[in-house]
Design a binder for this molecule. Structure first.
Ligand SMILES: [Cu+2]
Length: 472
């Protein structure tokens, strides 16, 4: 199935990645995003257009900056409900993190907000709102941010692939994004799979070339098992952060599992002229082709693939000797039919409070037995823990449910230290997938602010599996 190129190859160097190159004078980027409903031909040219919600005229814009550049992003809201932009995975000031009510007031219809920051880490990132995410991201409200500056050698070509399912009926209308059956289990799945807003990506690439593929799982629910067939490839970064390259075949890892919000960077040696390679999701019995790469022209390179093209990450490494330990267990809510809405009474008040907490009216999930909002304060629950800025925290995360949960910490990069399942290389991330019954340890250096910590299956965070750390 995988790893077609069987010829013997030299083992890649295990030498540590070289240090990052300091960025030059920063450029300034001034962007305007208009969150609005726009017609998109998701079902094909001869089907009715879909009324998607996007930040830009085209869905899934790819914005590019260099590490250290200055970004000013003005968000204007042309939708009928409030929005924001959360910059997923970026270590930026807390006031720019884009979590409605926690880090900023919601951007109301007709309103605007300007985000200003400098991305400190290179890598593959994305952005999305943080309230009614299942409905807003479900309609397409998301974009991609590539932060350059991690390459010591440029690949010949680059390809960005964002995967997302759509919940659409045959008439092009959206179906319910949240269902009790889905929210209380693995999530409600889409009816139409897509990559870059199309049925799948087909790309003509130069033969025998080095292709960097930036793969993003922007789906609300789906876990993917990514592998490649027909070309030699290596994993070079996880959630944007460079790792010592690992072959994506039987010599290394045959596949890499990606939950919602996770990213994976590959370096692919494209096939010989006329050859085809496929990047696929092998999670289900019937593999789904994410991208088909067809090679043309004379081979660009003769030397064997050397995937060590990236420099070392620059995020602060945790100090494990001085770390404080915390433990979090992810479970079903103790009373899975508990209705928060009923507990807070009368209709109009209930609506305002539920909106202010960005929750659904039912609770299915909990972290350390507490479901967001844990009701002590109806406007903003207390933090899960108070942390000290600059200190290293070592968190034990236990998944005591029969479903996978991609757990995301805002505003930080963490080292994934251990896993009860194992088999992964050393890597860092902002979202870690906890398989059923898995126990994982992560560590990070705390940065000041109120930082969300939640499952990135959107229905799970909206039905209780959410909290935040206060770092002072
Ligand atoms: Cu979850």
């Amino acid at each position: 199935m995988l790893g077609s190129s069987a010829q013997s190859r030299p083992a890649w160097t295990a030498a540590p990645l070289p240090p990052a190159v300091e960025p030059g004078a920063p450029a300034t980027h001034d962007w305007t995003f208009e969150a609005a409903e726009r017609e998109v031909a998701l079902l094909g040219a001869d089907a009715p257009p879909v009324k998607a919600w996007t930040y830009t005229p085209e869905p899934f814009p790819v914005l590019r900056v260099r590490r250290g550049d200055r970004v000013r992003a003005r968000l204007v809201n042309r939708l009928s409900e409030h929005v924001s932009i959360h910059w997923h995975g970026l270590r930026i000031p807390n006031a720019m993190d884009g979590v409605q009510y926690l880090t900023q007031p919601p951007v109301q219809p007709g309103g605007s907000f300007t985000y200003a920051f400098s991305p400190p880490d290179p890598g593959t990132f994305f952005f999305h709102p943080h309230c009614n995410e299942s409905g807003q991201v479900g309609r397409g409200l998301a974009g991609i941010l590539v932060v350059e500056g991690d390459e010591r050698r440029k690949p010949d070509r680059e390809l960005v692939v964002a995967v997302k399912d759509w919940r659409l009926g045959p008439d092009g209308r959206f179906l319910d994004f949240v269902t009790p059956e889905g929210a209380s289990r693995a999530g409600t799945f889409g009816t139409l799979r897509s990559a870059n807003g199309r049925r799948s990506v087909t790309e003509t690439v130069p033969a025998g070339a080095d292709l960097r593929v930036r793969l993003l799982n922007l789906d609300a629910t789906r876990v993917m098992e990514i592998g490649i067939d027909g070309a030699e490839a290596a994993i070079i970064a996880v959630d944007g952060h460079a790792i010592a390259p690992v072959a994506l075949d039987e010599r290394g890892l045959e596949t890499w599992r990606m939950g919602p919000a996770m990213r994976l960077d590959l370096l692919v040696r494209t096939p010989k002229p006329g050859g085809t390679a496929r990047i696929s999701d092998y999670f289900s019995a019937e593999p789904w082709t994410v991208a088909t790469l067809t090679a043309t022209g004379k081979p660009v390179r003769k030397a064997p693939l050397d995937p060590a093209i990236l420099t070392r990450p620059v995020f602060p490494e945790p100090d494990l000797a001085g770390a404080e330990r915390l433990a979090y267990t992810f479970t079903a809510a103790s009373d899975s039919i508990a209705s928060y809405a009923e507990a807070i009474g009368e209709d109009s008040v209930r609506r305002v409070l539920m909106d202010s907490l960005c929750v659904r009216d039912r609770t299915f999930w909990a972290i350390n037995k507490l479901s967001w909002p844990n009701a002590a304060d109806p406007r903003l629950p207390p933090p899960m823990a108070m942390l000290a800025a600059g200190r290293t925290y070592r968190l034990e995360l236990v998944n005591a449910t029969p479903h996978p949960h991609p757990i995301h910490l805002h505003g930080h990069v963490f080292r994934v230290l251990t896993s009860s399942i194992g088999g992964k290389p050393v890597y860092a991330a902002d979202t870690v997938l906890l398989s059923p019954k898995e126990r994982v340890e992560i560590a990070f250096v705390a940065a000041p602010g109120d930082w969300m910590f939640h499952c990135h299956i959107l229905e799970h965070l909206e039905t209780g599996m959410m909290g935040y750390f206060r770092v002072v």
